[in-house]
Design a protein around this ligand. Structure first.
Ligand SMILES: *[C@@H]1O[C@H](CO)[C@@H](O)[C@H](O)[C@H]1NC(C)=O
Ligand SMILES: *[C@@H]1O[C@H](CO)[C@@H](O)[C@H](O)[C@H]1NC(C)=O
Length: 189
């Protein structure tokens, strides 16, 4: 019964103009591009919290590299982290998980702490389950408000472009653990 329901949903998604049910093959992707001239752009807004945990037994952000001078640098210049950070609906760690932020960030400011963020928001629940957005941009983490470009996506977010605005909600200066609030607005099809 469940299988049948899944098939019907899948079929519905296939006959919808720009819909998808799961990862599509090259033919389907090509056809999707072919239909683009008739597709309508839409604007979607997303809101979630990003939990960057460096401390404890199960960190979601790990330091993988640094330069010989990084330890003495007041801006941690040259340090690189790989992350798999939960994205949640609310600010609490126990709040519903919407996806993960997977990628890396590196400290690339000598005068001021700033991170180059290169990451994907991989959605694993809700209406964007199975789709992703890619962020590539500068994050001067001590500014009250930052803006980073969304440069693409997959699934329902194919060819997405947009902006993420970011505020730090909490930062433990001893451990480096942080929670940031993300507002994302994207144009997609
Ligand atoms: C998300 O999609 C995957 C793959 O289609 C599915 O297995 C999973 O149950 C979905 N998760 C939720 C929370 O809907
Ligand atoms: C920061 O983390 C340390 C170690 O877990 C903890 O002892 C301390 O209370 C935390 N500080 C704040 C402000 O939460």
């Amino acid at each position: 019964m469940e299988k049948l329901a899944a098939l019907v949903i899948c079929w519905l998604a296939m006959v919808m103009p720009m819909g998808q049910c799961s990862i599509e093959g090259p033919e389907e992707v090509y056809n999707w591009f072919h239909k683009l001239p008739y597709a309508e752009e839409k604007v979607s807004k997303l809101h979630f919290y990003f939990h960057d945990t460096l401390s404890g037994k199960n960190p979601t952000a790990v330091r993988v590299a640094q330069a010989s001078g990084s330890a003495k640098s007041p801006t941690f210049f040259g340090v690189v982290f790989v992350i798999d950070d939960p994205l949640t609906e609310g600010p609490e760690a126990t709040s519903k998980e919407l996806g993960r932020a997977q990628g890396l960030y590196g400290s690339d400011g000598k005068e001021e702490v700033s991170l180059l963020m290169a990451m994907d928001f991989v959605f694993t629940s809700g209406k964007y389950n199975g789709s992703s957005l890619t962020v590539l941009g500068r994050n001067p983490v001590f500014h009250p408000l930052r803006e980073m470009p969304i440069i693409g996506g997959t699934g329902v977010f194919r060819l997405a472009r947009g902006i993420a605005t970011v505020k730090t909600r909490s930062l433990n200066t001893t451990t480096g653990d942080a929670i940031a609030e993300y507002h994302v607005v994207v144009i997609h099809y």
